[in-house]
Design a protein around this ligand. Structure first.
Ligand SMILES: Nc1ncnc2c1ncn2[C@@H]1O[C@H](COP(=O)(O)OP(=O)(O)OP(=O)(O)O)[C@@H](O)[C@H]1O
Length: 239
């Protein structure tokens, strides 16, 4: 097995605040991994370390072959090109069609041939099961459909890893489930998928390896371990 993400003894800071201490984590190529944990526990910070939005100051790390400690500035875009990043709030450009959104990214990343651009856009829209959406404007799509387009956009440059930060955060359970089916299918085709989420019902439905951010660290969650969503228990209590 080959690690595609590796941290060893990493300390993760937001400014001067230590968020996660002594993190050691290995993600193998082709794995499907959940990062779980309460609000503010450091899930996003961990993902940001992978795409060097947060610098790795203490410890060692390697992502898609790039060493994170002391990574050269000019290498950061090269590393990021191997990652497809998906956030909770669908950030499509609202002034242009789905096709134009995708074309914009391809052109910005050096694609020039119209034919190749057209073919690639058709391919990624098929992968996310939205083959006829090219001419639609973002506001003509539901939240779940927009999120599929965001995933299509993340796939454009054939990244090795999909990193998703609360991708279902704004979606209802049924739409979330269909989005997870898309991510699972992408994983089945060989891409590594890492999802930060506290959508525990969804995790139960689509079981996979889990690591938890808690008490300022990251730990492996046992397969049989019951994950208890204290936040929603509290919500139930209050409602
Ligand atoms: N830009 C920042 N500057 C300083 N502190 C920050 C910054 N961003 C996040 N933090 C702090 O870092 C801690 C971890 O935040 P992070 O966003 O990684 O958590 P999270 O588990 O992803 O939470 P959520 O589920 O709300 O997204 C929090 O205490 C937060 O207040």
């Amino acid at each position: 097995m080959e690690a595609i993400i590796e941290l060893k003894g990493a300390d993760i800071y937001q400014r001067e605040n230590l968020i996660l201490k002594d993190v050691s984590l290995q993600v193998e190529k082709g794995e499907f991994l959940y990062i779980i944990g309460k609000v503010g526990s450091g899930k996003s910070s961990l993902l940001k370390t992978f795409y060097v939005e947060l610098p790795l100051i203490e410890g060692e790390g390697e992502v898609v072959g790039y060493k994170l400690q002391a990574i050269k500035r000019k290498h950061i875009p090269l590393l990021r090109r191997k990652l497809g990043i998906v956030f909770q709030d669908f950030q499509l450009l609202i002034d242009r069609s789905v096709y134009k959104n995708l074309e914009f990214v391809l052109k910005a990343t050096g694609w020039k041939q119209e034919r190749a651009i057209k073919d690639r856009i058709r391919e990624v829209l098929e992968i996310v099961d939205m083959p006829h959406s090219g001419s639609k404007m973002p506001h003509q799509l539901s939240g779940g459909e927009q999120q599929r387009i965001v995933i299509a956009r993340a796939l454009l440059n054939n990244p090795e890893i999909i990193l998703a930060d609360e991708p279902t955060g704004n979606l209802d359970p049924e739409t979330s489930e269909s989005l997870l089916n898309v991510l699972k299918a992408i994983n089945k085709e060989g891409k590594t998928v890492v999802i930060a989420t506290h959508d525990y019902p969804l995790i139960r439905k689509f079981p996979a390896r889990k690591v938890a951010c808690e008490d300022g660290g990251v730990r492996e969650v046992g397969e049989e371990e019951e994950i208890i969503d204290f936040e929603s228990l509290l919500d139930d209590e209050l409602s």
